[in-house]
Design a protein around this ligand. Structure first.
Ligand SMILES: [Zn+2]
Length: 127
């Protein structure tokens, strides 16, 4: 990958990482649950309702699960997707940083000059 492409990719990645929006870490999945209402036709006929559960680890380190209402589902889903994208960009950022560090180290070696034989060459004449 050339330097300009590295630079462009790094900036794109940084832009995304620095404006993450709401992030939600955990797992979102569908489960079947009985509602517990006495006269529910679905549950009384042996069925159950499909609901969304979100499992996450809380600040105290305890694994917790909560039911997501239909009203909150779009917000939860968006933040959950944002979190996955954030992690992906973070990984990409780390890879790009390593590549850039390697390139910078290489440039340092390549551009070091020796004080004993200070000759102006075409490459270093103005540096
Ligand atoms: Zn029910």
């Amino acid at each position: 990958m050339n330097e300009q492409k590295l630079k462009t990719e790094l900036l794109t990645c940084l832009d995304a990482l620095l404006q993450p929006g709401n992030l939600l870490k955990g797992s979102l999945y569908k489960v079947k649950k009985r509602c517990g209402m006495r006269y529910c036709k679905v549950c009384n006929s042996g069925g159950a309702h499909e609901v969304y559960q979100f499992t996450f680890t809380d600040k105290a380190g305890i694994k917790t699960s909560t039911t997501i209402t239909n009203e909150n589902l779009p917000i939860v889903e968006k933040a959950w997707q944002s979190y996955k994208l954030f992690r992906k960009n973070l990984k990409r950022y780390k890879n790009l940083s390593e590549k850039i560090n390697d390139t910078i180290r290489l440039y340092e070696k390549r551009h070091l000059i020796d004080a004993r034989g200070m000759k102006k060459t075409k490459k270093s004449a103005r540096n």
